[in-house]
Design a protein around this ligand. Sequence first.
Ligand code: G6P
Length: 468
Amino acid sequence: MTATQSDLVVVSNRLPIDVTVDDDGGRTYRHSPGGLVTALEPVLKQRAGAWVGWPGAPDLGFDPIRLDGVLSIPVSLTSEEIADYYEGFSNSTLWPLYHDVITPPEYHREWHEAYRAVNAKFAEVAAGAVAEGGTVWVHDYQLQLAPSMIKQLRPDARVGFFNHIPFPPEALFAQLPWRREILTGLLGADLIGFQRAQDAGNFRSCVRRLTGLTTRGHHIFVPESDGSVRDVLSAAFPISIDSAAVDARAHLPRVQARAREIRSELGNPDRVLFGVDRLDYTKGIAHRLKAYEELLREGRLTVPGVVMVQVASPSRGNVSAYQTLRDDVETTVGRIAGDFGSLGSPAIHYLHQNQDADEMAALYLAADVMLVTALRDGMNLVAKEYVAARVDGRGALVLSEFTGAADELRQALLVNPHDIDGLKGSILRAVAMSPKEQRRRMQALRRRVLEHDVGAWAESFLGALAGR
Ligand code: G6P
């Protein structure tokens, strides 16, 4: 193993660092701790691991840099690559296709060309970074061609892939002009992980129907050029959060004081309804707002007894579907505010801003009813964060059955967000839920989320990959 090669290499679209460039062109590199980083940090440190990814701005290249024990290796992308590979093929073709075509996917050959070229770039960097017999773990839909490219360059390496978003049923996936290439790209991995058993099942039926390969149980048999047959395993590994960290934060006196302050700033209403999402059309924000607006119009909820807080973190602002969504959401928020609020007693607070971890924990603690109404979501970590933050055993979670989280969080009030009357009924039920019922449900939810944290997830995936 050379000094620059690592036993474990993680590959994802984004590198978990923030690079800031000051006026003189000087750069500061800071570790940016997302959930995935927290999960993988211990094992990356232990195995002197590396992380390969795009640093998040155009034409940003630098030598590999070690921060907090993890070597970050950049893949520099031009503005054109970002437009075609990231905003185009990843977020205007694959993202809507994999999320039930909520918005119509666009198929453009030049986007696909860029996707293939950028995947090749990532694969080359990853293949150069992994030590003899080491492990490469590729993440998410932006990099589905990378597994087979890496396998070709480095047949000695173990390759794992985890899809953080849903995998669509064959009837939808079949639309993709490059469907076989994507499946073959993924099949370069020795282990392919999905959020739900349903996703893994969809993947295997796509493989059977569109490539003609044979599957048995969770296994797919891939013939190699030398006449041998490779056994690829595909299974569900539901991701989680750093539950202990969220729980610990919610215990902090400053966070609990902030939660009380938030309630008082909201006018100490009887019930605070809360939603927090990346501003994405998959999250069902419009359905949630429609249900709330109708309940207010019908007088079944009234201000100032009830108030809604919606935090929408800015996302993919260069993609037109996201711009339209923002306009739609903000029009509805404006109508609700205008029709049902009064001076000092708004019906809804809307923040199009990121919140830091303390503020998020305080908001969760201040929220009587958490609304997760996604139309399709690989997992939905907000639902798990809410549960982990409710150290007081209170609060009610309204959770869409179209999220991966719904497979595990059975004691939530499960809803079909398309059924507006059903959603309204569940919101009213959550608003009226007795403290005793809140505790009973929350205790069971907390047991699941605290036991199955992101560390356990990473361990189970890497354990399964090591066994291949
Ligand atoms: C989802 C995807 C991630 C992605 C994240 C934020 O969770 O599964 O791969 O990083 O959204 O989206 P962005 O486009 O800002 O990276």
